[in-house]
Write a protein that binds this ligand. Structure first.
Ligand SMILES: [Zn+2]
Length: 262
């Protein structure tokens, strides 16, 4: 009898000790096909299942990443205030916004626009290196205030209607231009929307990452970014992030849920 009690006590203790090392979420979600996937978040468990039922052909890795971005909901639905403000890692997209009064500090002039000083410095380094290759990269639109973006977006809505305007212009508060980390460029000769056909664009595709800039709205990623392909819009994220993003052909939205808000 004493031996039996000893055995029971031993197994009970073993169970308590083992359980205490397992996070509660792992026990709760042990039947989920997603909980072993990298970047899994237990609070999104039901959303992964629903999203998978709509897109059964997507890999579970994609399901987890895309739901973490918010893509299981329509753009602008359930948006949240952007985090990591005043850092090069802030994510502003159709699910994360800036307040009307947010203005980045240390804005300085670059060409005819403004960028945060450390971004301006890297931009000028890039511009000077391009110049050594007889190429001309001009910053045409960097920082934009909430109110200016509002005027711009409303103008596009009047011209093209809300649905179309949403594919190429951000609603006020949802524009990366308000961060002071994003910049539209041209070569100073052809209009910005023809930037794709310039030698400057080719050079930037190969070199922008070395200065910490990424092409923010790439081709074939509209379903993630919510924006048409914009060969002229670049975003500063720092050299480490930019190198990873270029090498792996991903968007900043994906990088953010993988490494910044994971
Ligand atoms: Zn832009």
């Amino acid at each position: 009898m004493k031996k039996l009690i000893m055995v029971i006590v031993f197994f009970t203790l073993s169970f308590i000790i083992t359980s205490s090392f397992l996070p509660n979420n792992d026990i709760k979600d042990k039947n989920s096909e997603f909980n072993h996937i990298k970047y899994f978040k237990s609070k999104n468990a039901d959303r992964y299942k629903n999203y998978k039922s709509k897109f059964p052909n997507k890999k579970n890795e994609e399901i987890v990443k895309e739901v973490n971005i918010g893509l299981d909901k329509p753009f602008y639905r359930d948006s949240s205030p952007a985090k990591n403000l005043n850092t090069q890692y802030v994510l502003v997209n159709k699910y994360n916004f800036l307040s009307r009064d947010y203005t980045p500090s240390n804005l300085v002039e670059v060409d005819n626009t403004k960028l945060i000083s450390y971004v301006a410095q890297k931009f000028n380094e890039m511009k000077n290196e391009a110049k050594r290759n007889n190429l001309n990269i001009v910053a045409i639109s960097g920082y934009r205030s909430f109110d200016y973006q509002s005027t711009l977006y409303n103008k596009y809505v009047t011209v093209d209607g809300r649905k179309k305007a949403d594919t190429y212009s951000a609603r006020a508060g949802f524009s990366e231009h308000q961060t002071g980390l994003a910049v539209d460029v041209s070569n100073g000769k052809s209009p910005y929307y023809s930037f794709e056909n310039t030698d400057e664009f080719k050079w930037m595709c190969n070199n922008a990452y070395k200065y910490g800039f990424i092409l923010r709205y790439p081709k074939d990623k509209e379903y993630i970014t919510g924006y048409i392909y914009e060969s002229w819009h670049y975003r500063y994220v720092g050299v480490e992030a930019a190198s990873f993003i270029k090498k792996n052909n991903i968007t900043y939205d994906e990088y953010y849920v993988m490494f910044i808000d994971n």
